[in-house]
Design a protein around this ligand. Structure first.
Ligand code: E4P
Length: 216
């Protein structure tokens, strides 16, 4: 499973990218709305220059024609831009259009296996099941990932599964075990993944022993 980072904040992306683990970035309108003093297109351009991988920018139109117009503008920003589209009939029409043009797509707001299958058949490069939001309503996000992964394997579907709406480190392990290709992870959760009390304790002990040696 690969890591994408789920943010539109350039400092967070720069920091996580420096760790060498980031293969792509996802944004959504809520994440972009948090960023001040920069246009959406300029921010996507900055990110796409820094990260050598898929950078998802989401459309806000509700009709296929509007999504196609917005998506073409986004795709013109850089070759690694992925057009993020909602899981609706209009979204899938736009998905089919972009797939025929060779433009990458990420169909978002996936909450069922049938939605994922339909998006894949419309030519989606990626589908994004939201596991945290499913857990929030008492359904199992990781079970959904596992079901989609099984269906894609049975039918030899190449669409990649992005586990989205990640809330905590256990979601990462669950998504990896369930067969997600990618987990798009908030910066806060990426930082949490480093921590283990025995790692911190081990570093302290090594340094303390080294200091003792220096004192000899
Ligand atoms: C993914 O593409 C979405 O932008 C994101 O993961 C949604 O997460 P949330 O449920 O925390 O808003």
């Amino acid at each position: 499973m690969k890591f994408f980072i789920d943010t539109a904040n350039f400092d967070e992306i720069t920091e996580a990218h420096s760790w060498g683990i980031i293969s792509g970035v996802t944004t959504n309108p809520s994440l972009v709305a948090k960023e001040e003093n920069i246009s959406f297109h300029d921010r996507l351009r900055e990110i796409a220059e820094l990260v050598d991988g898929s950078v998802s920018g989401e459309v806000i139109s509700l009709d296929a024609e509007g999504m196609i117009k917005e998506g073409l503008e986004l795709a013109n920003i850089a070759p690694n831009i992925t057009v993020k589209l909602p899981m609706t009939p209009e979204g899938l029409k736009a998905c089919k259009y972009f797939s025929e043009k060779g433009i990458k797509t990420n169909v978002t707001l996936i909450f069922s296996a049938n939605q994922a299958l339909m998006a894949a058949r419309a030519g989606a490069t990626y589908v994004s099941p939201f596991i945290g939001r499913l857990d929030d309503i008492g359904q199992s996000g990781s079970e959904l990932i596992s079901t989609i992964a099984d269906i894609f394997a049975i039918h030899d579907i190449q669409t990649e599964i992005i586990a989205a709406s990640i809330r905590h480190p256990q979601h990462i392990t669950d998504a990896a075990l369930a067969g997600a290709d990618i987990a798009t992870t908030p910066f806060k959760v990426l930082k949490q993944l480093f921590h283990h009390p025995l790692t911190d304790k081990g570093i302290e002990a090594f340094l303390a022993d080294w200091k003792k040696r220096e004192g000899q």
